[in-house]
Design a protein around this ligand. Structure first.
Ligand SMILES: *[C@@H]1O[C@H](CO)[C@@H](O)[C@H](O)[C@H]1NC(C)=O
Ligand SMILES: *[C@@H]1O[C@H](CO)[C@@H](O)[C@H](O)[C@H]1NC(C)=O
Ligand SMILES: *[C@@H]1O[C@H](CO)[C@@H](O)[C@H](O)[C@H]1NC(C)=O
Ligand SMILES: *[C@@H]1O[C@H](CO)[C@@H](O)[C@H](O)[C@H]1NC(C)=O
Ligand SMILES: *[C@@H]1O[C@H](CO)[C@@H](O)[C@H](O)[C@H]1NC(C)=O
Ligand SMILES: *[C@@H]1O[C@H](CO)[C@@H](O)[C@H](O)[C@H]1NC(C)=O
Ligand SMILES: *[C@@H]1O[C@H](CO)[C@@H](O)[C@H](O)[C@H]1NC(C)=O
Ligand SMILES: *[C@@H]1O[C@H](CO)[C@@H](O)[C@H](O)[C@H]1NC(C)=O
Ligand SMILES: *[C@@H]1O[C@H](CO)[C@@H](O)[C@H](O)[C@H]1NC(C)=O
Ligand SMILES: *[C@@H]1O[C@H](CO)[C@@H](O)[C@H](O)[C@H]1NC(C)=O
Ligand SMILES: *[C@@H]1O[C@H](CO)[C@@H](O)[C@H](O)[C@H]1NC(C)=O
Ligand SMILES: *[C@@H]1O[C@H](CO)[C@@H](O)[C@H](O)[C@H]1NC(C)=O
Length: 670
């Protein structure tokens, strides 16, 4: 009975509901009776959006007025048949504020582009309810919070770009996007794993997840995405090995796994990626050799595998198989064998194989490489022989790095034909002979590094023509001449590093013409004469080492004006007189060394000298004061009575001289 009654009352409700459904559509709309419900909903959605944002230029405030149909509003696109909003594009409008959840009432919206604004807050969960949305572009904003789960369950979505925001949390494990082609969430704060479920989106052509904090491994299921063209997972914390299934992505054009924690070897199967144009694997822990078949990827333009643990040789015919290769980066690995492959790289613009175990000689034939070659970096290998004169034919070269090898012989004069060269690193080889005076023809040079060779002869006067020179680094050679005055006219010079040479003569007061200089190291040369008081005018300098030379005379009072100096070393010269009182005002000095000169008199008080250790003052003639450092008190303070002066002097001076001697003995025996 009871059951029957229940069913009956249920039927009654159903009838009521049916009646209601029939009546409602015919009821007049309360506010705008003439307008169908859906177009007023669009209007109120847009007005809600307008209310939640502001644009700096006031364009939307002025344009989005109810005087005109919203279909004429800037950024709004309507369907051809009805006044319904199908697209909203306010990209690069300098919009601030939040994304109104009411946007989800634009029920026929198919494209929403709000990229490149300053929108903040979260992405409304309701957007996932837009039944026709195909394009959702919210990249380059200040959006935060998680990506709503609802967005990964939209049957119409084709393209979603949320890159360059502050989105956090993880990607959902469940992904249901049957039409999706393009997913980009690069440069956010996303954590967690890469969803293996992405593999179910068989229409995917592009997955860009780089620049997040993703962990875990690369799901092998991604190998099922046969339409995939671009896969970028770089700059995350992805670990494990590269799955062999990647080799099934034969349409792949771009693969980036750089800046992760990948280990293991590059799978042989990757040799199947015949359409690959860009491969980035740098900064991982990938070991083993590069599969032979991968060297055959004939469309490769950009190959970057630097900073891994790769071993093995590079095929000599590389350039024949990779005919379009423009950039080859293999630095910081353990690659070995010959460098013959270089001669085959006729289209290469940038070649970087620094810090490997390549051996052999540089061939003259490299001069026949593409005239497009701009970067030739083979530093830190086991290269022997001479620098080939042919390199002078590489007329587009901007950067040449041959340092840390075993190159011998002279620097070829042909190099000075490289008129575009900006960087020349030849340091740490066994080069001999002079620095050719033609160096002055390379007027674009900004960095020259020749240190730790066996170069001899003069510093060429012509260097003064290299007006943009910022770094001149040639320490530990046998250069023997005066420093040409033209060097001081290099207005852009920041670093002058010539320690351990045989440079002689005076340090010209013209040194003050170096207006930008930060670092001067002339330690251990044969410079002599006075230290020019003009040095005090080089306000920019932070590092000055003139030690182990033959400077004499007094330390100029003006050195106290070197207000930025942090490191000042004048030790092991023949400087005499007193330490200028002005030194007590040097406020940034963290290291000061005046030891082993002929200085005398009172050690000034002040910040510098309260931090300085006794080692920086030992070996002088007669310094006094600074009781903390156990120097004797100065005579002026001691002279209480004439008779006791000598006694006191003996009493104080002798022990301290003795202690210095003991100290020195310890120092020497160390
Ligand atoms: C709003 O901007 C559109 C497109 O620039 C323009 O056609 C329309 O006339 C403007 N409407 C108003 C009210 O300014
Ligand atoms: C709403 O639609 C009606 C006709 O269907 C049209 O006359 C009116 O201009 C539309 N309103 C807006 C704001 O576009
Ligand atoms: C939005 O407008 C910009 C600038 O006019 C354009 O570059 C972009 O392709 C548009 N977005 C969409 C989804 O059509
Ligand atoms: C982004 O918007 C700014 C103006 O807010 C514009 O100057 C810039 O060109 C836009 N960038 C892109 C990539 O559209
Ligand atoms: C529009 O959407 C909001 C939130 O999504 C909802 O609360 C509201 O009822 C909707 N408005 C209309 C007119 O449909
Ligand atoms: C996906 O959306 C459909 C409706 O569009 C809903 O029925 C289903 O429960 C959703 N699935 C998930 C996993 O959220
Ligand atoms: C993005 O997030 C970081 C870390 O949570 C925070 O420091 C930063 O202020 C945020 N930036 C914006 C624009 O919200
Ligand atoms: C790839 O797809 C096949 C069927 O199309 C399925 O059997 C297999 O499990 C998928 N592999 C992965 C790793 O998801
Ligand atoms: C590649 O695809 C083939 C055929 O679809 C399949 O048999 C094979 O297991 C896949 N290889 C990998 C490594 O997933
Ligand atoms: C290379 O291998 C060595 C020894 O196996 C290891 O110590 C080192 O961390 C590895 N380097 C990288 C970049 O993974
Ligand atoms: C690479 O290509 C060459 C011809 O260009 C071919 O002889 C060789 O067998 C190929 N090697 C591999 C491993 O596919
Ligand atoms: C460089 O090429 C020219 C002409 O193509 C040729 O005559 C010359 O022998 C080549 N030089 C070297 C060192 O291979």
């Amino acid at each position: 009975m009871e059951v029957h009654a229940f069913l009956f009352s249920g039927n009654q409700y159903l009838l009521l509901l049916l009646l209601l459904l029939l009546i409602i559509p015919s009821m007049p709309h309360p506010a705008t009776s003439a307008v169908p419900v859906d177009n007023s909903t669009d209007l109120s959605s847009l007005l809600a959006f307008k209310a939640s944002t502001s644009d700096a230029s006031g364009l939307i405030a002025a344009n989005w007025t109810t005087d005109a149909s919203f279909c004429t509003w800037i950024g709004v696109g309507c369907s051809l048949r009805r006044p319904r909003v199908v697209s909203l594009n306010l990209s690069s409008f300098s919009l601030q504020g939040t994304i109104s959840p009411q946007l989800s009432n634009l029920s026929v919206l198919s494209s929403l582009d709000l990229s490149n604004n300053s929108l903040s807050g979260t992405i409304p969960d309701t957007l996932g309810g837009l039944p026709r949305l195909a394009t959702l572009l919210l990249g380059r904003n200040l959006l935060s919070g998680p990506i709503p789960r609802s967005i990964f369950n939209m049957s119409s979505l084709v393209s979603i770009v949320l890159s360059s925001n502050n989105l956090s949390s993880s990607l959902p494990t469940r992904v249901l996007l049957p039409r999706i082609q393009d997913i980009s969430v690069t440069d956010n704060l996303l954590a967690g794993h890469i969803p293996a479920d992405l593999a179910r989106c068989s229409t995917l052509q592009r997955i860009l997840l780089g620049g997040n904090q993703l962990t875990g491994s690369v799901p092998s299921s991604l190998g099922n995405l046969s339409e995939l063209v671009d896969l970028s997972l770089g700059e995350n914390q992805i670990n494990g090995a590269i799955p062999a299934s990647i080799g099934n992505l034969t349409k792949l054009r771009l693969l980036s796994l750089a800046f992760n924690d990948l280990e293991g070897e590059i799978p042989q199967e990757m040799g199947n990626l015949v359409n690959l144009q860009e491969l980035y694997l740098h900064k991982n822990g990938i070991a083993g050799s590069i599969p032979i078949s991968l060297w055959n990827a004939s469309k490769m333009v950009m190959l970057s595998v630097s900073a891994n643990n790769l071993t093995g040789p590079v095929p000599a015919t590389l350039g024949n198989s990779m005919q379009f290769l423009q950039i080859l980066r293999m630095a910081e690995n353990a690659l070995s064998g010959g460098l013959d492959f270089i001669a085959s790289l006729t289209n290469c613009r940038k070649l970087e194989v620094t810090t490997n175990h390549f051996e052999g000689v540089l061939l003259d034939a490299y001069g026949n490489l593409s005239t497009n070659l701009q970067y030739f970096h083979v530093s830190d290998n086991n290269i022997k022989g001479r620098i080939p004169t042919g390199l002078g034919n590489l007329s587009s070269l901007i950067s040449l790095a041959l340092s840390v090898n075993e190159l011998r012989g002279t620097i070829p004069t042909t190099l000075w034909r490289l008129k575009k060269l900006q960087v020349m690193y030849l340091g740490k080889n066994k080069l001999t002979g002079p620095i050719p005076s033609d160096i002055g023809l390379m007027t674009r040079l900004s960095r020259i590094s020749l240190g730790e060779n066996e170069l001899s002869g003069q510093l060429p006067d012509s260097m003064g023509n290299i007006s943009g020179l910022q770094v001149f680094d040639a320490p530990v050679n046998k250069l023997s001449s005066t420093i040409p005055l033209s060097i001081w006219s290099l207005q852009a010079l920041i670093t002058l590093n010539l320690y351990q040479n045989r440079l002689e003569g005076l340090l010209s007061p013209q040194i003050t013409k170096l207006k930008a200089v930060d670092y001067i190291d002339l330690w251990s040369n044969r410079l002599s004469g006075d230290i020019s008081s003009a040095l005090g005018e080089i306000q920019s300098i932070t590092y000055l080492d003139l030690s182990n030379n033959s400077f004499h005379g007094q330390i100029p009072q003006q050195l106290g004006r070197l207000s930025s100096v942090k490191y000042l070393n004048l030790s092991h010269n023949f400087l005499s007189g007193v330490i200028p009182k002005s030194f007590s005002t040097l406020s940034y000095v963290t290291s000061l060394d005046l030891s082993f000169n002929m200085l005398e008199g009172e050690i000034p008080e002040g910040k510098v000298f309260s931090n300085v250790s006794i080692t920086s003052l030992v070996g002088n003639r007669a310094l006094c004061g600074a009781p903390k450092l156990q120097f004797p008190p100065c005579p002026a303070n001691v002279m209480t009575s004439n008779s006791s002066t000598k006694l006191r002097l003996l009493k104080y001076v002798l022990p301290s001289v003795a202690s210095v001697l003991v100290f020195l003995a310890c120092f020497v025996s160390l």
